[in-house]
Design a protein around this ligand. Structure first.
Ligand SMILES: Nc1nc2c(ncn2[C@@H]2O[C@H](COP(=O)(O)OP(=O)(O)OP(=O)(O)O)[C@@H](O)[C@H]2O)c(=O)[nH]1
Ligand SMILES: [Mg+2]
Ligand SMILES: [Zn+2]
Length: 335
């Protein structure tokens, strides 16, 4: 029987201080059972940071683990209960999640991380900013009930497009930060510290925007960083696995591999509409309570677009999501 689950953020749930050290085989774990946090995933293998619990000889270690019965629905950030089998930890149970961030298209679902407080959406002048990526990430955050913060990195490289994208995000009500990991590393570290202190923050963004560079400034670790692809517009992916890193005594930052398509196929039309902050500003009710703000008569959202209260680009973005993304993964379990 697994140990009785602990509350998600009990003091025993802290990730270990040591990081970057190679994970150890669970032969070092003398106890038959232990609880911990999934701090990395490589396909069907995981690394679990074992809780600092009194009397647990494995406490604080990062150990190799697999899921019971090759179960694969375990993600970085999960709180897990493990047993020991043939030199490996076996994850027997996953505690209920506070939240789960993921992206999904018609073909596959990609969980990003579980149990986070906020999502830092990083973009930059290079690779060229894609406002739609940021808007999609904002939507995913709102739908999961997670706070977003938009981070424009590389402000040493002038980019009117990047600044315009940041302004737009600020208008949507999200917190925004401008940094340059290269031009002003100390200032960037200070700003990131304010954003990340005592919180669990998932960093996402296209490949090459500088996520790992920024996190290295913050936590002084040596995450691999890359050079931008010579082929140009899209950075080559340098980080290949999502990694949870303890930050301070209460927080954590999660580095993730860059990607280009932030599919939202797991969101229903209603969830999409609910997660558009500019739509929420429309206080007049539409004629139909379940209006999807598409072709329905007497739609107040469409009226707000006609009045200029909602930007046409944002409304077209929403219609595109309704047509292309919404519900394509509706049957998918969110557990
Ligand atoms: N000019 C400039 N370059 C930067 C800045 N921050 C990072 N870079 C460079 O951008 C490149 C990509 O940085 P990474 O930190 O590897 O980017 P990433 O977002 O982690 O990329 P993936 O791991 O592939 O998702 C590296 O060559 C960095 O040196 C910055 O503020 N200004
Ligand atoms: Mg990286
Ligand atoms: Zn409507």
């Amino acid at each position: 029987m697994p140990r009785r689950p602990q509350p998600p953020d009990s003091s025993a749930a802290r990730a270990p201080q040591a990081r970057g050290a190679a994970p150890q085989r669970s032969g070092d774990c003398l106890d038959e059972r232990c609880a911990g946090r999934v701090v990395a995933r490589f396909g069907s293998r995981y690394i679990v940071a074992v809780d600092r619990a009194a009397g647990d000889t494995a406490a604080g270690q990062e150990l190799d683990a697999i899921g019971r019965g090759r179960r694969q629905d375990i993600v970085v950030g999960d709180r897990v209960h493990c047993s020991r089998e043939q030199g490996l930890l076996v994850i027997e149970a996953v505690e209920p999640r506070r939240n789960l961030l993921f992206r999904a298209d018609a073909n596959r679902t990609k969980p990003l991380a579980a149990n986070v407080d906020q999502i830092a959406i990083v973009f930059a002048a290079q690779p060229p900013p894609q406002p739609e990526f940021v808007w999609r990430a904002l939507l995913a955050a709102a739908a999961a009930g997670v706070e977003p913060v938009a981070i424009l990195n590389k402000i040493d490289l002038e980019s009117a497009a990047a600044l315009a994208a940041l302004d737009e995000v600020a208008r949507l009500g999200a917190r925004v930060v401008r940094v340059s990991a290269r031009g002003n590393p100390r200032g960037a570290a200070q700003q990131l510290e304010q954003v990340c202190r005592d919180r669990i923050t998932l960093f996402v963004g296209q490949s090459g925007v500088g996520k790992s560079t920024l996190l290295n400034l913050l936590i002084g670790s040596e995450l691999r960083t890359g050079v931008l692809s010579r082929r140009g517009t899209h950075g080559r992916q340098t980080t290949t696995a999502t990694r949870w890193l303890a930050y301070g005594t209460r927080g954590a930052v999660i580095d993730s591999p860059g990607f280009h398509e932030f599919g939202l196929g797991h969101l229903s039309a209603a969830e999409l509409a609910r997660s558009m902050p500019d739509f929420a500003a429309v206080t007049q009710p539409c004629r139909f309570a379940d209006c999807h703000h598409a072709e329905e008569p007497d739609c107040q959202v469409r009226a707000a677009v006609e009045d200029g209260q909602i930007s046409r680009a944002r409304y077209e973005f929403y219609r595109k999501l309704l047509a292309q993304d919404s519900g394509t993964m509706a049957a998918h379990s969110r557990k």
